[in-house]
Design a protein around this ligand. Structure first.
Ligand code: THU
Length: 139
């Protein structure tokens, strides 16, 4: 899928974020090697620690549906009140989400697309975001 389209899907996912505590909505669109898209949003909790990030929501949805091969993920995040498909800043994935990516993705080829809008975005490989990762290869 084109970067622009994947980013638009991430903005769509962001609309479903459940963020009564941080008011910071994140959306992710994860593409499998076969071109299927799994969307994720962040889901917060009154007890705070059960909160799950948008990226992990997308990964766990896909994995629980039997998918294991992934090509790329688009991530967008910002405070509520910003417009529907633009955000002020890039939203880099947290360390825990990077580690989950490392479990299932090839760090050399998996693309992480961080966007402020469907036109303004940066692309990284997972290896750039999590060098020298500890992964399945180490056990
Ligand atoms: N969050 C994500 O969903 N993904 C990220 O990459 C960074 C942080 C969420 C967790 C929490 O609900 C809110 O953003 C503020 O940390």
């Amino acid at each position: 899928m084109q970067d622009r389209e994947l980013i638009e899907q991430a903005y769509r996912a962001r609309q479903r974020a459940y963020v009564p505590y941080s008011h910071f909505s994140v959306g992710a669109a994860l593409e499998t090697e076969d071109g299927e898209i799994f969307l994720g949003c962040n889901i917060e909790n009154a007890s705070y620690t059960p909160t799950v990030c948008a990226e992990r929501t997308a990964f766990f949805k896909a994995i629980s549906e039997g998918r294991r091969q992934f090509r790329q993920i688009a991530i967008v995040g910002g405070y509520a009140g910003e417009t529907e498909n633009t955000t002020e800043n890039f939203c880099p994935p947290c360390g825990v989400c990077r580690q989950v990516m490392a479990e299932f993705c090839d760090p050399e080829t998996f693309r992480v697309v961080l966007a402020k809008s469907p036109e303004e975005y940066r692309v990284y490989t997972l290896n750039e975001l999590l060098p020298l990762n500890f992964g399945p290869k180490d056990l």
